[in-house]
Design a protein around this ligand. Sequence first.
Ligand SMILES: Cc1cc2nc3c(=O)[nH]c(=O)nc-3n(C[C@H](O)[C@H](O)[C@H](O)COP(=O)(O)OP(=O)(O)OC[C@H]3O[C@@H](n4cnc5c(N)ncnc54)[C@H](O)[C@@H]3O)c2cc1C
Length: 504
Amino acid sequence: MDSTGGKQKFDIIVVGGGSAALETVVAACQHGAKRVLMIEKAPKLESGGNARYSSTGFRFAYSGKEEIKKLVPDMDAVTYDRISVPAYTVQDFIDDMNRVTENLIDQDIARVIAEDSNEAIHWTKKMGIPWKLHMHVVVDNKIHFEPGVIIHPVGGGLGQLKIWRELATTLGVEIRYDSAVTGLIGNAAKVEGVKVTTADGSYDAYADAVILCAGGFQANQEMRARYLDGNTDIMKVRGTRHDTGEVLRAALDLGARSSGHWRGAHQAPLDAGSPRFEVPVGNDGMGSWTKRYSYPLGITVDKFGQRFFDEGEAQFSFTYAKTGAKILEQAGGLAFQIFDRTTSAHIHKHDSHHLETMFEADTLPELAKKIGINADVFVRTVEEFNAAVSDDRPFDPSISDGRHTVGIHPAKTNWANRVETPPYRAYPVTGGIAFTFGGVEVTTEGQVVNISGNPMQGLYAVGDIAGIFYHNYPSCSGQTRNAVFALRTTRHALGRNTAVARAS
Ligand SMILES: Cc1cc2nc3c(=O)[nH]c(=O)nc-3n(C[C@H](O)[C@H](O)[C@H](O)COP(=O)(O)OP(=O)(O)OC[C@H]3O[C@@H](n4cnc5c(N)ncnc54)[C@H](O)[C@@H]3O)c2cc1C
């Protein structure tokens, strides 16, 4: 009962205010819900979750450049001719999820994310989200992309959040800001509502279905220390400060079963000078200003001047989410990405060009001095690396080129270029957390599963609060999962079996 004594009853209550929540309320309305309430802990001006700090690139299965042209209709003819877009199949997507999660991802969940990804992107387009081409490299005048990741919304995450919010309002969704869900009403078999706390007090609200979209626990220092490895309690949080895990905890306390990698999280390399929370984004929609994703082209050394991982294991979109954790394991949670003139030329255009810390020198000892590391060790590391580079294959940043090292540890598997042409550059980096992988277990329809293995009636979860990933994640599949499960959960909750959008 609320403070006036009247029971607040809705068809659907969605908890959260990020991209998962907004897509879910819109999908719920499309699937026939009449009374939809969205409860967001953040104040209106800070609302939107992690997407506020992201370009929100979207991974999906596509057939080739003609399909991309449909999604980016204002692409000019010259650009269309220059883009190289081999098909990315459902099986490619499933294989990528299996490889990076070390085959721990639930196979049914992986299958529906990949199979529905194409429907989901076309749904967003139909809903009015405008798309543009994503991060790329240019080689021989051709534009190449990471496999599966070709587009992001115009205006990035902020751009899409604005459109979803306007849609939600037009469709009659009631949005309550500054309202934290602090408990669930029900038991491990059935959930009937939520407990809400505001500055003025607390009240209960009831619904036929409660859909949890309250994100991970990455902004909760105590939970990071409890569940994640290393000095993660003092690490930088790239996204929203509002994802503090209490809704996840409430679901577990009620009897939800946990899933996903509880010691794992998306932790990526960031400029060491990044703010502690909420790294700002640029107007170009390209996400956080301090990300540093060009490391596969150079080498990375710790503060003792030594390499510590295979920088060229795969394209950055398959390794960046675990590379931040490797950096945090090093002394001081600090490392330096090193490039020479040749590799500097290929640093991603969008890689930290707004707020970067960069040191440059004409000799390696000078560079070592500037960044405060032991020059003898650093020079020896570079000399050993240079001597190990095999010239069997040419350097090609547009593909996994197989240009590798021989006889050193750690090896470099691709893009092994000698660090030999001045000026040399060093970028100090640390690891920044984007979101946690531990969450509640869900079915392929987004129903939360209880400790006995049965769906909890009336309770669903969409987004980072559902534990799906292990070890690592293929870049940009968070947004895919949000849209796919926004559609699947609301279809299920409202008893609809029809799709609201199919690829045209
Ligand atoms: C910097 C950065 C870049 C990223 N780039 C990409 C990318 O390009 N592509 C991609 O796919 N993914 C990307 N991600 C990951 C992606 O943003 C997330 O996976 C996705 O935003 C998760 O959506 P969500 O709605 O589940 O959670 P969030 O966006 O985190 O939203 C959670 C919401 O719940 C609210 N909330 C929290 N607690 C409560 C409570 N108690 N009561 C009510 N509301 C509550 C929060 O205020 C917030 O609005 C990036 C993440 C970051 C941080």
